[in-house]
Design a protein around this ligand. Structure first.
Ligand SMILES: Cc1cc2nc3c(=O)[nH]c(=O)nc-3n(C[C@H](O)[C@H](O)[C@H](O)COP(=O)(O)O)c2cc1C
Length: 211
């Protein structure tokens, strides 16, 4: 059931900046983040965009919420039905949220269907535990980079309609309406699988460093 959080009031009266934080393995989520930045900016809203996939960047070591930020938008690709480890690491390092409104956007090849449906639940729980207000969540479909390749024509269509989908999301976010999914019953079981993927991803990264 939708309920108003009066988000827009807070946002426009006191803090007028949007902080977009994103992780992207192969550029899909980065495109989504760019589209969010462009459309917020077109609406006259100041944006600070922080990538978590730039290894040498200082903000990975010292995760922060910038001054005058009234909305946090977190964007990540679905990895093994969950958010990738760097997103969790970033959330762990940020200060207490004091009710800061957040929108959590997942990007996937498979879309909003089981077993992807719990992919934002872990991050949302971490944000809530730190005092943030994740009032909005949404899945955006982008070309798949694993297991099954997205057909070229479909991939082109997905990229073409991306700005329209992002515009719709931004309108929903700015309306302040709470859009949250129910955590699926299978989320805790799938979490074990996701945990294993995170461990393996780290080992894979270390192999590259040593190569
Ligand atoms: C290690 C790994 C795990 C993935 N797991 C899933 C998944 O569980 N569900 C899904 O729909 N897509 C999954 N994908 C596909 C990505 O979520 C999808 O292609 C996304 O658009 C990639 O975004 P990026 O280009 O920003 O990395 C996975 C991709 C990788 C590399």
């Amino acid at each position: 059931m939708a309920e108003s959080t009066h988000f827009s009031d807070t946002f426009f009266k006191h803090k007028n900046k949007v902080q977009i934080v994103y992780f992207s393995g192969t550029g899909g989520a980065a495109r989504v983040a760019l589209s969010f930045e462009k459309i917020f900016t077109e609406k006259g809203i100041e944006v600070v965009k922080i990538p978590l996939d730039v290894q040498e960047a200082g903000y990975q070591q010292t995760p922060a919420i910038e001054n005058f930020v009234g909305l946090l938008v977190l964007i990540f690709p679905v990895h093994a039905f969950d958010a990738p480890a760097p997103v969790y690491e970033w959330i762990t390092g940020i200060p207490e949220g004091k009710g800061l409104p957040c929108a959590v956007i997942s990007v996937s090849g498979g879309g909003e269907r089981w077993p992807n449906t719990g992919c934002r639940a872990g991050c949302i729980e971490c944000l809530e535990n730190k005092g943030y207000n994740p009032f909005y969540e949404r899945m955006l479909v982008m070309p798949s980079n694993i297991f099954i390749a997205t057909k070229e024509q479909l991939a082109v269509q997905l990229l073409k309609i991306l700005p329209l989908k992002v515009e719709l999301s931004i309108d929903e976010i700015l309306s302040g309406v709470r859009i949250r999914s129910k955590k699926p019953l299978s989320a805790n079981i799938l979490a074990a699988f996701s945990k294993m993927e995170k461990r393996k991803a780290k080992e894979f990264g270390r192999d590259f460093e040593g190569a």
